[in-house]
Design a protein around this ligand. Structure first.
Ligand code: ADP
Ligand code: ZN
Ligand code: ZN
Length: 742
């Protein structure tokens, strides 16, 4: 028996795994993650390492394979648990163990550590001013100068203080002794946010909030660690609840991770956490350099941090005693990694929590179908906040049937009703947001006269128009010729729906020449912070109308927005994957939530060709549960997740013929190991983009009720592919319950 061992987990050359023999007496005592002592290098120095895998045989010359000396006394290191998590991800999502380890372990980059020292004021403003009076009174000029400088800016670099304020070390020491300031002379950890924040305002929790907190805390104190779904409309006080839960868990000496999608990680949110937890909070975001990331992790290791906030990757923060993981906006698709290993942060959080003995709280106003389904099956505990905390009314939502507009001779993208409502806002000096739904845009074909959409007869998803003029299903590969007249009503107003934000801007400007219009899309936000800048200028009233894609749906509150217009609600409804209905409901609900956040009552217009579709109807009625029931019927009928599980096998290669043949073989193989038909194989199909940079792509979907059988199939496929020499020039990737159709 042999074990794969990694030696230095913080090293950037994590690529190398060493093979060691497992001695007889250790067989059975080792598992993935166990910390072991091994002889290493020429001098066989005793070195610590971690087991990352086992094998029966080795390619190395047997005489040169060294033996593990012993297991480390008590392997309780956080690294062990992270390695175990990596092994789980490797098994669950495919890819290599190295790829999984690199995702999970904080890797050090060679970067000069900055050894700067910093002076930090310890007094609050009031105390500081009192002390300043004392120095002035005693005519201690240097001390007064230093303190006044720190009152201006409570944290400053040592060099700056000494030069700019002309202060000497003894003065700094004197103030340090008096408890006025601290000189942080240890290695500086680059904490990206160093604001001093005012103490938080005490809030009195509503009855609903108290119920939620009590349920969670009652379990926690009894030692019950579970997964909770906090379902509450925007503004119902979810964030306040998370903070209280975290506070209690931290009081027990444990730590917490808060995952927030990057786009929602706004200044406002961050400051609320600072207000509550001070500098024991740390923030990760994608703009941090590798060095800064590593420093954050070192601060964590040194015990200086209780709460880590960040996007997906913050999940791997190496806390030694993790008590709670919060996933806010748990329905967000960005929680799924698009890189190998293609893990889902929700599932991985639940696994990490199980390893660490922590609880998980998922939160959303529009929970993913998966999570709500798990609540119904009692796998997760449902916690609810039904009301907004402040007496804000929900907006009135109207749908406009665009088929009728056409009937009445209006071919514009703006309905008459929407135009009228915009005009009213301009008159009253209120703001309007126009949201162009472009998510999932995939060239479906629909009829503007009757709303008919061309769908796959086998999969019940929209067909996509390909350049060669044919309509293709991206799941099963079904193809048919395109149409020039509607198969349902005969109208010739049938075709792809194409409109960009720029076009809409032109149309709006023509219709309202005096209005000040801002546009937010990929083009206008390319520069750094472009996104924030546009939102800020809109928030400060520099424009009357903001036009944008889903980017405008999140984050900021705009109290002066009293009208939200949703153009082309159908765009996501008829995207070519099974989540189309769910995404549409989420987007419409969130967009609608933007209206009427201030004093004025909000109104929302949804323009659609399918006013009777349940996603649109339920979004207009703001009825999540109604939507859930209708959508589950569809998922059950078609066997889509969460009822059944879906594994995408994506194959790519330069040789088109070989690829096609291989895809055929893989399909046959899966059918052969198919457990008497329990694995259902769909495809192979050509993905939306069939060829990228001369590399061809094919995708095969495997469907099954049991997740475990799919991971098993994945493992056997990996072996099959490795044995077959013919496959060597192809790349094969796995994606469980993929977020996007390929
Ligand atoms: P969510 O995260 O569900 O959108 P928040 O926690 O952000 O909700 O709460 C919305 C607003 O209501 C925030 O400004 C918050 O400070 C405030 N708030 C939350 N709970 C209370 C409460 N119990 N009393 C007063 N204000 C509250
Ligand atoms: Zn028609
Ligand atoms: Zn199909």
């Amino acid at each position: 028996m042999f074990a794969d061992i990694i030696i230095d987990i913080t090293h950037e050359k994590l690529d190398r795994v060493f093979c060691y023999r497992v001695p007889e007496q250790l067989a059975g005592a080792l598992e993935v993650g166990t910390e072991v002592i091994v002889p290493f290098g020429r001098g066989n120095r005793e070195t610590r390492g971690y087991v990352v895998g086992f094998s029966e045989k080795t390619d190395y010359e047997l005489s040169r394979v060294k033996e593990i000396i012993r297991a480390a006394d008590e392997s309780v290191a956080i690294e062990s648990r992270l390695v175990a998590l990596a092994a789980w991800m490797h098994e669950q999502y495919g890819g290599t163990m190295i790829q999984a380890l690199k995702t999970v372990l904080p890797i050090k980059r060679k970067e000069q550590p900055r050894e700067k020292r910093r002076v930090r004021l310890l007094l609050d403003e009031e105390e500081g001013k009192k002390q300043l009076d004392v120095y002035l009174h005693k005519n201690q000029k240097a001390r007064a100068r230093l303190l006044a400088g720190l009152l201006d800016q409570p944290e400053q670099e040592y060099e700056l203080v000494t030069k700019k304020l002309n202060i000497t070390m003894p003065v700094i020491r004197a103030l340090e002794e008096q408890g006025v300031l601290a000189l942080d002379s240890e290695r500086e950890f680059r904490n990206p946010v160093r604001q001093r924040v005012k103490q938080r305002q005490e809030v009195e929790y509503t009855k609903e909030q108290r119920n939620v907190i009590d349920t969670f805390w009652g379990d926690y104190r009894e030692g019950i660690r579970g997964t909770y779904l906090l379902y509450g409309v925007t503004g119902s006080g979810k964030t306040e609840v998370y903070m209280e839960m975290i506070h209690r868990v931290v009081q027990e000496g444990k730590q917490a991770i808060v995952l927030i999608p990057e786009i929602a990680l706004t200044y406002q949110t961050v400051m609320r956490f600072y207000g509550r937890f001070g500098d024991r909070v740390s923030i990760l975001n994608s703009r941090l350099s590798q060095g800064e990331r590593y420093d954050q992790m070192e601060r964590v290791r040194s015990g200086a941090v209780d709460v880590m906030i960040g996007p997906r990757s913050a999940l791997f923060t190496p806390f030694s005693d993790l008590g709670l993981i919060v996933l806010d906006e748990e329905h967000e698709t960005t929680y799924k990694s698009e890189q190998v290993p293609r893990y889902h942060a929700r599932e991985t959080a639940i696994e990490r929590a199980a390893i660490e003995g922590a609880s998980v709280v998922l939160g959303s106003a529009t929970p993913s179908l998966e999570s709500f389904y798990r609540c119904r099956r009692k796998e997760y505990t449902l916690l609810e906040l039904r009301n907004r905390t402040q007496s804000l009314e929900l907006p009135d939502v109207y749908t406009v049937d665009m088929r009728k507009e056409l009937e009445n001779g209006n071919r514009s993208i703006l309905s008459d009703r929407l135009k009228g409502m915009i005009a009213l806002r301009l008159e009253r000096g209120e703001q309007t947001m126009l949201f162009l739904n472009r998510r999932g845009y995939a060239g479906f074909i629909s009829c503007r006269a009757c709303g008919y959409v061309v769908k796959c007869p086998h999969c019940d998803v929209s067909l996509s128009a390909h350049r060669n003029g044919r309509l293709v299903c991206h799941y099963c590969g079904h193809e048919e010729p395109s149409v020039s007249a509607c198969p349902s009503c005969g109208s010739t107003f049938i075709g792809g729906f194409r409109a960009g934000t720029q076009q809409i801007e032109d149309i709006v400007k023509k219709a309202f020449p005096k209005a000040r219009v801002l546009r937010m899309d990929m083009d206008t936000t390319r520069e750094k912070d472009g996104h924030e800048k546009i939102l800020e200028s809109f928030a400060s009233g520099e424009a009357d109308i903001l036009i944008g894609t889903q980017m405008i749906v999140k984050g900021h509150d705009f109290p002066n927005v009293t009208l939200v217009g949703i153009l082309a609600a159908d765009m996501s409804l008829y995207s070519n994957d099974y989540r189309a209905g769910e995404r549409t409901f989420q987007l419409l609900t969130q967009a609608a939530g933007r209206a009427g956040r201030g004093s004025g009552k909000g109104e929302v217009i949804i323009q659609t060709y399918s006013p009777d579709h349940y996603s649109i109807r339920m979004a207009a009625a703001q009825d999540y549960e109604g939507f859930y029931e209708a959508e589950m019927e569809y998922r059950e009928l078609m066997g889509y997740p969460p009822v059944e599980q879906l594994l995408a096998v994506l194959m790519t290669g330069r040789d088109e013929q070989l690829l096609e043949k291989a895809a055929g073989y893989v399909k046959e193989y899966v059918v052969r190991i198919g457990r008497g038909g329990r694995l259902q194989v769909i495809g192979p199909a050509s993905p939306g983009v069939g060829k990228v940079n001369d590399v061809y792509r094919k995708v095969l979907y495997i469907k099954c009720g049991e997740y475990r059988l799919l991971t098993e199939a994945k493992n056997r496929l990996e072996q099959y592919i490795e044995i077959n020499r013919g496959f060597q020039t192809l790349r094969i990737q796995f994606d469980f319950n993929p977020m996007n159709v390929f």
